[in-house]
Ligand binder design. Structure first.
Ligand SMILES: *[C@@H]1O[C@H](CO)[C@@H](O)[C@H](O)[C@H]1NC(C)=O
Length: 217
């Protein structure tokens, strides 16, 4: 067993201990990350996606509105999602929302001293099938638990991603500031706007993230 596989196994065991057996949550640890190549940011996701697909088999109930058998990174890493499409409830001046991209050198850090309910939001512009999220912290700052909210259309009410029983899902997040953690949703959603809502964090709510799913057309 190589080092990466050993760590994945160890983290999976820890996840089971943390989450408990009654929860059906699929936590898919993909760490430790291969070194990102700044000239080819997509290469990193290409290496990691097979692992994520292997460890997180598809949703239970695919709905026709949200078909996506082969989730792809939706553009936080490669910049298809532009800086001005990424917003947050608050941030330190060092660490704006637009820096909250997986494997970026910097990340988003919320100013939680005055912001008890931080969030970071990504505007995908078009209705997009979103199947999961990969999160990463920054140095000693990381989000250990979070919810995901989304809007079907810009004018729609915000809804939360749920577990299979319709309860708002609290996802298990990161355990350090470096290793990415991927969570696939029990049921994918069709969304134009996706908001990550940290509910628990270490030192400060900080995220570098990628959304996974399928763009239409
Ligand atoms: C970036 O990722 C998006 C979503 O997967 C894809 O549509 C787009 O072609 C990619 N862009 C580049 C420049 O590779």
């Amino acid at each position: 067993m190589d080092e990466a596989a050993a760590l994945v196994l160890m983290l999976s065991v820890m996840a089971v201990l943390l989450v408990g057996v009654e929860s059906q949550q699929r936590v898919c640890y993909s760490g430790p990350p291969p070194e990102p190549d700044s000239d080819n940011p997509d290469d990193w996701m290409k290496q990691v996606m097979p692992e994520i697909r292997k460890r997180c088999p598809g949703r239970r109930q695919p709905t026709p509105a949200a078909e996506c058998s082969s989730p792809q990174p939706l553009g936080m890493v490669n910049g298809t999602i532009r800086d001005d499409r990424i917003t947050a409830s608050s941030s330190y001046s060092c660490c704006p929302a637009s820096d909250g991209r997986l494997n970026n050198n910097n990340g988003w850090v919320a100013y939680t001293f005055e912001d008890a309910n931080p969030w970071i939001e990504v505007d995908l512009v078009e209705p997009t099938v979103v199947t999961g999220v990969t999160t990463q912290g920054l140095y000693g700052y990381y989000v250990t638990a979070y919810k995901v909210a989304y809007k079907k259309q810009p004018s729609s009410e915000r809804e939360h991603v749920t577990d299979g029983n319709g309860k708002v899902k609290v996802f298990v997040g990161n355990i350090d500031g470096n290793n990415p953690v991927t969570n696939l949703f029990d049921e994918s959603v069709a969304a134009t706007v996706v908001r990550i809502e940290p509910t628990d964090w270490q030192h400060e709510a900080s995220l570098r993230l990628e959304l996974l799913g399928c763009r239409r057309g």
